[in-house]
Design a binder for this molecule. Sequence first.
Ligand code: WQD
Length: 341
Amino acid sequence: MKVLVTGGLGFIGSHTVVELCNEGFEVVIIDNLSNSSKEVLTRLKKIVDRDILFENIDLKEKDKVVDFFNRHKDIKGVIHFAASKAVGESVQKPLLYYENNLTTLIYILQEFSKKEKAAFIFSSSCTVYGQVDMLPITENVPLKPAESPYANTKQIGEEIIRDLCKVQENLKAISLRYFNPIGAHESSTIGELPIGMPQNLVPFITQTAIGLREQLLVFGDNYPTRDGTCIRDYIHVVDLAKAHLVALKRVLEDTQESNYEIFNLGTGTGRTVLEVISSFEKVSGKKLNYKITDRRTGDVTVTYADIEHANYVLGWKAEKSLDDAMRSAWKWEQKITSNKL
Ligand code: WQD
């Protein structure tokens, strides 16, 4: 069965491609290489030991999207990852984010939803919740205003899909709200490839440990948490990738409760920044050079997912531990830095 993965050369997309191939799906990747590299395709083929179709298409070019679906009439499912994802950058360049993340979604839905049966999985984010006041976060809490244009594109993206599902019964969709994806594939062949200075905690930790950065700055230790640092729900990217497979099958097999569903993807357990550092030090055997500094603007104190809905309805549960994720992230960092790929 043929499945389109947009953004399939990115961090979460590439790990999902592996899971899809392992399950026997025929995968076509669309990626414009804006935040990824063609090299990832070669590595993916190495992991799954078979060919993967790839098209370098910018999904903002509508005629190319139309042409793509005309040429691939046998596509049964779409997993839509392709998007810009830097929260800080989105504040500086809102139009870029609205254009990149929303026009592409609209064009794909316009074409794909013409099919008699269309199975669609949307890459959403826990940022849609905004500043929450109840923990753990359940899928049915009313969404607060988005804290950034990035988060807003995910809120609006979900609304677009919901509205379309109301009038098109042929379209079956699931939005997956990710918490904090970390880690890398156990082969250390694919992983996160931040361009420039990493914005996220884990790549910053591994880059500091390997000597690419001098020191990790821990943003604030005076939060009302067990050790004063912020709490997040860190989830191994391979667990996350597997959830996409489960979601896609649910949609393809028509076992949904309604034709548009939403699931949180997290572990359900919150970890502080210092706990993440300590896990890294344990699995790597290295002492990390870090220092506490001021709070980062925009950080919420605590977020973690309520995972009951994903566990019982989707039938998926994260299996890997924080230590597993940190070990794989460290192995990956060592491999990319020493250019052994
Ligand atoms: C984690 C914690 C920082 C860097 C991310 C994405 C967001 C969304 C969810 C996709 C925080 C602290 C970080 C550093 C630090 N994903 N930190 N020093 O902010 O939870 O959000 O995941 O939609 O888009 O950005 O993740 O990794 O930036 O931060 O102390 O150098 O680590 O303050 O407490 P965040 P993060």
